[in-house]
Structure formats: C-alpha cells, structure tokens
Design a protein around this ligand. Structure first.
Ligand SMILES: [Zn+2]
Length: 163
C-alpha cells in the first residue's frame, strides 16, 4: 500500500480539537498557538458527538470517555497542570506555533485580523502604541492584541512545551 503523504509534504489541514470542561486553560493556550479549539462543558455524549461530527480530536481528562467503544480520536491528558498539558499535546501531535496571522483570540477561538497602528490609536495603552508596530483584533469580541500581549508567559510556555 502506498503512503498518501510523502514525508516532506506539509500537513493538509491543521488539526482541530475539542477540549472537555476540565481543559479550559489548555484550550486558551492552544488558541494562542494558532489552533482551532472548541471548549465544551457539555455531557460526555455531546462531547463525543461534537468531536465526531466536526472531525475534531477530543482532548479529555476523563478516562471514562477514552474507554468508550464509540470514542472519537482522542488524547487523554495526564496532568492537572496547564504547562504540562500543553507540553503533552504539542509533543503528541508535533504542533508548531502558527504564524501570527493565524493566531486565534484566546477567548473566542476566532482568527484575529491585522489592525493598523492608526486603527488602534487611543484603544491600547500609549506605551504599547508607541513601541509596537503590529496589532491584531478579534472580529468577535473586539479585543486587541500585539506582539507583547502574551509574550512573557507565552514564550516561556512555548519553550517548555516544545523543548
Ligand atoms: Zn475574541
């Protein structure tokens, strides 16, 4: 049988996920990395159905779901700590941080859009406006982001997850 993907081919579609109710913070971090992650507080059955219907990988802390015969593709997340959770998911799926243009609003899971310096004038702190040149806005909630928004925590988290 021939392999459909040569080793050097880029992945056809970025992976998408649905995270269970225990994994809200993990969902936030994966969105910052640029991945499409739904967060569901629903019942097990609804979570399974959602993952199946949307072709998403289920991230769960619930061994009961993982053991079910009808479980969708899933990853059992071992740790209670978000930094270790992120590390496990990044390593399991070999995720790389997305280009900034593909990053998602950590609250809404919507891809952010570039904003000009003029557009954000008066809407971000002045010291930020004067030092940053690249800004993004969430089309859903209107929040603005810039390179430094998550930088400190983010760099450390990403380093910890990838190395
Ligand atoms: Zn938003």
């Amino acid at each position: 049988m021939e392999s459909r993907l040569e080793r050097d081919d880029p992945p056809a579609e970025p992976l998408r996920f649905v995270a269970d109710a225990m994994l809200g913070r993990l969902a936030t971090w994966l969105r910052i990395l640029g991945y499409d992650v739904e967060y569901s507080r629903g019942e097990d059955a609804a979570l399974i159905e959602r993952a199946r219907a949307s072709g998403r990988i289920l991230l769960t802390r619930d061994t009961g779901i993982v053991r079910r015969r009808n479980a969708p593709p899933n990853l059992f997340v071992r740790s209670d700590h978000v930094s270790e959770q992120l590390r496990q998911v990044v390593q399991a799926f070999r995720l790389a941080p997305a280009d900034p243009s593909r990053r998602r609003c950590p609250r809404c899971n919507v891809v952010v859009e570039a904003r000009t310096k003029a557009e954000v004038f008066g809407r971000v702190p002045e010291f930020v406006w004067s030092r940053q040149d690249a800004f993004w806005g969430c089309p859903a909630c209107g929040r603005l982001y810039w390179a430094g928004t998550h930088r400190r925590g983010m760099d450390a988290m990403i380093r910890a997850a990838i190395t």
